[in-house]
Ligand binder design. Structure first.
Ligand SMILES: [Zn+2]
Length: 480
């Protein structure tokens, strides 16, 4: 009876997968440009066939940019509401669609998505139509004319820069893409590479200065363990002519792979851009998996803590400046009154109380790092390195409970989970008095004072100093 029921369930699940268009083997996407870069032609082929089903882009409005759909044999792909439905592909058959890049790019709400004869910058959900699950082995090829390139989050699968493996990230995870007259540069570091695109704009862009800015801040990340936490990341830089702010906006995306998008003002000086916190903040997000809305305080907290610690270690800030920036952040978090009385986890999930969310999170990581070093002879850098080795890149959401439990397991501690529970339930800004006292950090009238005789003064100094591991790894990388 039990066996009978199990086989029936297996039968129905199989039928369900077939009906929902789940493919069992990898798919092949090919991207081509038409009409001087105004149209993208996508061929989706199924070397092993594809059961009848549907494709979606993740954005119900992106059917607006579809120009034409057709397919081989009896596949009959057609638009149906916010989907492309099809009757299945036999082995080797393809379906094709074309996307109006110019209209989609012009739909960008900041007016930065399209420049004639230069580039289109789009969200993946503007044009990438896919089944619910992307089958293992799915690949993409970019067949563009000479002088045209793509910036995509997918993982390059050979040295050409034109073939990719497409990982199965959730369709709700947004990604960045750009197609145009630019070149993608590869910056290699121990542990991984950044694929960098500097989008062309109306003015000549200071390419060497922008690459130095990326390199300086990436080297700051290397002060953690000597290695990048990820083998591959897409970096899309959008230069803004006439803007004085060095980096007014930056963001991380996880759809299709790990990516950073950075908007940088071309009227900022190189020194201002290099010192700015945004790039080190966004790069620090590469140390953790996506933690969901409820874990936003942990992820933003980690980036807010590391943006200062890493810059101090790289010599961009003095340790004193880094401590006083952390202290100022804690002050802003403490002073945010709008969400007092509400639990941090709820405020975080509800996208409220930005200062409280970011700086409560930074307090969490400072307290954890200090405790790891003082009581367990370890460091946050080393624990996150172990996490990255085992679990990054992560193509699914990690709940904050699972993430902190795994950090405790990797460190052999009972530290991250109890602290997580205490912080998440807290209705006020965390009390850092004890951590400050042990580290010997005191706030004076004008500036932060460091007490050389505090019980954990050496740990305070070590947090802002390059770890011996990172120095060794960096030396080894140079020697190679
Ligand atoms: Zn952030």
């Amino acid at each position: 009876m039990v066996i009978d029921m199990a086989s029936r369930i297996a039968f129905w699940l199989g039928l369900l997968a077939l009906l929902s268009g789940e493919a069992q083997a990898g798919l092949d996407y090919t991207l081509r440009l038409h009409g001087d870069g105004t149209e993208l032609a996508v061929h989706l082929c199924a070397p092993d066939g594809l059961a009848a089903g549907e494709l979606r882009s993740g954005d119900r409005d992106s059917t607006r940019w579809l120009l034409a759909i057709d397919g081989d044999g009896s596949s009959r792909p057609r638009r149906s509401g916010e989907r492309i439905v099809h009757s299945g592909l036999s082995a080797g058959q393809c379906l094709r669609y074309r996307v109006d890049l110019r209209s989609a790019g012009r739909g960008d709400r900041y007016g930065l998505g399209w420049r004639d004869d230069a580039y289109a910058m789009l969200r993946l959900s503007d044009w990438f139509w896919r089944p619910q699950r992307i089958p293992a082995g799915t690949q993409a090829s970019v067949a563009f004319p000479d002088g045209w390139s793509a910036s995509l989050p997918w993982t390059p699968s050979d040295a050409s820069g034109r073939r990719y493996r497409i990982p199965d990230t959730p369709r709700s995870w947004e990604g960045f893409s750009a197609f145009g007259r630019f070149e993608e540069r590869r910056l290699d570091y121990p542990g991984g590479r950044l694929r960098v695109t500097l989008l062309p704009t109306t003015r000549p862009i200071p390419t060497p200065a922008l690459l130095r800015w990326l390199d300086l801040n990436t080297r700051a990340v290397l002060t953690s363990s000597g290695r990048l936490p990820l083998a591959d990341a897409q970096v899309l830089v959008v230069p803004l002519p006439g803007v004085r702010s060095p980096t007014p906006w930056g963001q991380v995306a996880r759809g299709g792979g790990s990516a950073l998008r950075l908007f940088t003002g071309l009227d900022a000086s190189e020194a201002e851009r290099n010192e700015d916190w945004t790039l080190s903040h966004e790069l620090s997000h590469l140390f953790h998996p996506y933690l969901g809305d409820g874990g936003r305080w942990l992820s933003e907290g980690l980036a807010s803590y590391y943006q200062n610690v890493l810059r101090a270690r790289a010599g961009i800030l003095t340790p004193e400046r880094a401590w006083s920036k952390l202290d100022a952040g804690f002050g802003r978090g403490h002073d945010e009154r709008s969400t007092r009385g509400q639990r941090l986890s709820e405020v975080s999930a509800g996208y409220r109380g930005t200062m409280r969310v970011y700086w409560s999170g930074a307090a969490y990581w400072l307290e954890a790092d200090a405790a790891l070093r003082e009581r367990h002879g370890q460091s946050l850098d080393a624990v996150l390195e172990r996490f990255a080795e085992r679990h990054l890149p992560a193509y699914q959401t990690w709940s904050p409970e699972r993430f902190t439990a795994e950090l405790d397991r990797l460190a052999g501690t009972r530290l991250f989970v109890p602290m997580y529970q205490r912080y998440a339930a807290d209705t006020r800004f965390p009390d850092l008095d004890d951590t400050y006292r042990r580290l010997g950090i005191g706030t004076g009238i004008q500036r932060l004072r460091s007490d050389p005789n505090a019980p954990a003064a050496a740990i305070r100094d070590a947090i802002m100093a390059r770890s011996p591991d990172s120095v060794r790894a960096a030396d080894a990388a140079v020697a190679r």
